[in-house]
Ligand binder design. Structure first.
Ligand SMILES: NC(=O)c1ccc[n+]([C@@H]2O[C@H](COP(=O)([O-])OP(=O)(O)OC[C@H]3O[C@@H](n4cnc5c(N)ncnc54)[C@H](OP(=O)(O)O)[C@@H]3O)[C@@H](O)[C@H]2O)c1
Length: 300
């Protein structure tokens, strides 16, 4: 008897993922960036709601939160501390350093990578978060030109040796930069732009899988990127109907089926959306669902 791939569920995605061989978290994290002001600048307008959302996220089972010193700047980290410190033992917080803002307009984003700056950034992130050691510290980009990339990674490696950083991650780097970094220090996680319609991070995903690093796709529930929104929606909608799920849940389920290294970090300001996002971990897509979504955008 032949099985119908459209009707039969594929293998279930694992419930957890392990960072750096030791920090085990749920497959769907929370990206806290939205809990800032307009253009990721300043405080989120409703502080009580933001605190309630972060506490609700942890109560709902979130064990991985992604933030950065540049979100606000600084306000996102201090908000997380206010909402959640002392942290539950199983909660892993990832933060990032290396981006700076010149003012309100998001277009002022720049990158700094010299050792004193990165060292100060990591120390002050730890201080704002209220931790002695940062679980996962990402270099926020490979764009800084004030120090060679290898020196930036070496700075993080030294911070790891000193105990301030538990694991090193890389955000928005090239494949060549990832390879160069791996020659200097263990890279536990990579984060990049990757979703149903936009696959900028595809080669980093493959490299992360090969090396045993976690791959954390950012903008994981967006399906309006890549310029083919109608085409993407036309594929996602019938799959969503069949599974009784939303388009965002199908997008998240696809990440988990697409790669065992995936640790998506959907951002939301709504507790309802957050619980919907966590529930996506239980959706079992068919092999045909996964293939149809994967085919929506080039990965070369
Ligand atoms: N490394 C980097 O350079 C980088 C860059 C960008 C982002 N990030 C990280 O990635 C995280 C995610 O990115 P993001 O927050 O911009 O985008 P996202 O998670 O892809 O999408 C956020 C948008 O989707 C909506 N949404 C989320 N869940 C939904 C659901 N179940 N149903 C309907 N709508 C839903 C949110 O609106 P509602 O608030 O109404 O739910 C929001 O408008 C950030 O928080 C940040 O931590 C990293």
């Amino acid at each position: 008897m032949t099985t119908n791939p459209i009707a039969s569920p594929g293998p279930a995605a694992p419930d957890t993922i392990t960072i750096g061989g030791e920090l085990t978290v749920g497959r769907i994290g929370y990206g806290a960036m939205q809990l800032t002001g307009n253009q990721v600048w300043g405080e989120y307008p409703d502080r009580e709601a933001a605190i309630a959302l972060l506490r609700g996220a942890v109560d709902a089972g979130v064990t991985f939160i992604d933030t950065a010193d540049v979100y606000g700047p600084h306000t996102n980290e201090t908000l997380i501390r206010e909402a959640l410190h002392p942290y539950p033992e199983q909660l892993v917080i990832a933060t990032k350093g290396g981006f700076v803002r010149g003012g309100f307009e998001y277009s002022t984003l720049g990158a700094v990578g010299n050792p004193n700056y990165l060292r100060q950034a990591a120390h002050t992130s730890a201080r704002r978060l209220g931790v002695e050691q940062i679980d996962l510290y990402y270099l926020h980009s490979g764009r800084a030109t004030d120090a060679p990339f290898e020196e930036q990674v070496a700075t993080l490696a030294a911070l790891r040796e000193e105990g301030l950083i538990r694991h090193i991650g890389l955000s928005n780097v090239t494949l060549g930069q990832l390879r160069a970094a791996q020659a200097i220090a263990p890279i536990a996680a990579v984060t990049a732009h990757y979703n149903v319609g936009m696959r900028t991070g595809a080669e980093l995903l493959r490299a992360a899988e090969e090396s045993g690093a976690v791959f954390s796709p950012w903008h994981p529930v967006r399906f309006d990127e890549g310029g083919e929104t109608e085409k993407v929606t036309a594929v996602l909608a019938p799959i969503a109907r069949r599974h009784g799920a939303t388009l965002q849940q199908i997008a998240l389920a696809w990440h988990l089926h697409r790669s065992p290294a995936a640790l998506p970090i959907p951002g939301t300001t709504s507790l309802t959306h957050l619980t919907d996002n966590l529930a996506a971990a239980d959706i079992k897509l068919t092999a045909a669902d996964v293939a149809a979504i994967t085919a929506l955008a080039p990965e070369a």
